[in-house]
Write a protein that binds this ligand. Structure first.
Ligand SMILES: Cc1cc2nc3c(=O)[nH]c(=O)nc-3n(C[C@H](O)[C@H](O)[C@H](O)COP(=O)(O)OP(=O)(O)OC[C@H]3O[C@@H](n4cnc5c(N)ncnc54)[C@H](O)[C@@H]3O)c2cc1C
Length: 385
């Protein structure tokens, strides 16, 4: 049975990348009377453990680019910070564009990226094809490539932060299911779990795809819905060169990257229904593989080594929600809409600033407040895969 304390300064619900990073960054600032509660038997089994591990700078909004500019170097430095390397591999992301409309938008995006110091390269359709001769993109109009992007290991990042937080005194507990949140006079006063209650004035909802359910417990409407996404890995494909980039056929939300001796490939189903089913959809896998083989005929030779489905935690504007809510002491770090793993390091640090200093300092994230939805101040992200 986990050793549940009767009270804590801060309780974090959720042991994925957001909860783990928040716990560590609070403790690093000296706030160590912190409890992190995860309902599963291990940390990182939610969206984080099912994610494709991609890390990139190529976004369409300033705030997402700025989050990457802070977060990706933190992944490079994770070993120095926590003792655990993030296993970063930089092969670059290659967005392949086959629609005129996307070409125009990506030209604007690349100008924004350059203005912020992110030197993404613009490629012609021929240059795209020459860069990835194994792929068939006769319809490529253009591409964008940034060699400083790539992959990191989700489990290493979660456990790096969990173990470092524990060393600083944070209690990170598994198999504790939060079942209720106590609010009195508009303020958080504690929470209930399957193992008992904890009195606290500060709760962080870091439950990703399940954050609307936890929000309801506090009487806060959190506009985040779970949406299934899936991918598979292949048996070894020695033909794939070691520097094969993270290739994205943007029009189809179809992607490939190296994984071990083979490839990982996924494709987003635009007709997927909202819901928390995490089983692999075999019909969608057929659609996905048909499209994938068209682009990368080599896949015909490969078998499936593993297949996974997980949940994106999606907001109406594909941007996360960070910060306070109308219930005093109830905070959100959620809604990353398919690209939260890479922003986990910086968002944990920002949450520690919000809780300890009253506002985020390292990055201006005022536009990511929950209140934007009621105020009609949503900001759209175009580069969602
Ligand atoms: C298929 C797929 C591919 C992706 N690819 C990428 C990618 O390439 N790059 C990228 O940056 N992002 C990617 N993402 C997105 C990324 O995985 C998420 O944005 C990120 O992991 C969210 O982290 P989190 O900590 O908020 O949520 P989670 O990792 O889901 O953690 C939430 C935790 O809360 C726990 N929990 C829920 N309810 C309770 C409760 N009542 N009591 C206690 N605990 C509870 C859950 O068990 C879970 O462990 C992908 C996601 C998916 C599904």
């Amino acid at each position: 049975m986990p050793d549940l304390p009767s009270s804590a300064d801060v309780v974090i619900i959720g042991g994925g990348v957001m909860g783990a990073s928040t716990a560590y960054h609070l403790a690093r600032r000296g706030c160590t009377n912190v409890v992190l509660l995860e309902r599963e038997s291990f940390f990182g089994l939610g969206a984080t453990g099912r994610c494709a591990g991609g890390i990139r700078y190529q976004f369409a909004t300033e705030v997402n680019i700025r989050l990457s500019l802070k977060s990706l170097p933190m992944l490079d430095d994770l070993e120095a910070e926590t003792g655990q390397p993030a296993l970063v591999r930089k092969y670059g992301y290659l967005f392949v564009l086959t629609r005129e409309a996307d070409v125009a938008v990506f030209q604007r995006n690349i100008a924004l990226q350059h203005s912020l110091g992110v030197m993404t390269h613009w490629l012609s359709g021929d240059e795209v094809q020459r860069m990835i001769p194994l792929c068939r993109f006769p319809d490529a109009l253009a591409g964008t490539f940034n060699p400083n992007e790539g992959l990191a290991d989700p489990n290493s990042v979660v456990m790096g932060y969990i173990n470092a937080a524990r060393r600083l005194g944070v209690r990170c507990l598994t198999e504790v299911v939060v079942t209720g949140i106590e609010v009195s006079g508009g303020e958080v006063s504690g929470l209930q779990t399957n193992q008992g209650g904890i009195a606290t004035r500060t709760i962080v909802n870091a439950t990703g795809p399940w954050s609307a359910t936890i929000g309801k417990m506090a009487g806060v409407d959190v506009p985040v819905v779970p949406l299934r996404r899936q991918w598979l890995t292949t048996t070894p494909l020695p033909e794939v060169p070691p520097d094969f980039p993270f290739v994205i056929d943007f029009a189809q939300s179809l992607y490939f990257h190296r994984e071990g001796d083979g490839l990982l490939t996924g494709m987003s189903n635009n007709n997927e229904k909202i819901g928390d089913d995490q089983s692999v959809d075999p019909e969608w896998e057929l659609v996905h593989m048909e499209a994938a083989v068209q682009r990368l005929p080599l896949l015909e030779k490969a078998g499936a080594a593993s297949r996974w489905a997980g949940l994106y935690e999606v907001t109406p504007d594909a941007h996360p929600i960070l910060g306070a809510t109308p219930v005093k002491g109830f905070y959100l770090v959620t809604g990353f809409s398919g690209h939260g793993f890479m922003h986990g390091p910086i968002c944990g640090e920002l949450m520690s600033e919000i809780i300890l200093d009253g506002q985020a300092r390292t990055v201006d994230i005022s536009m990511l407040a929950l209140s934007r939805f009621a105020e009609g101040k949503e900001i759209r992200e175009y580069n969602v895969i």
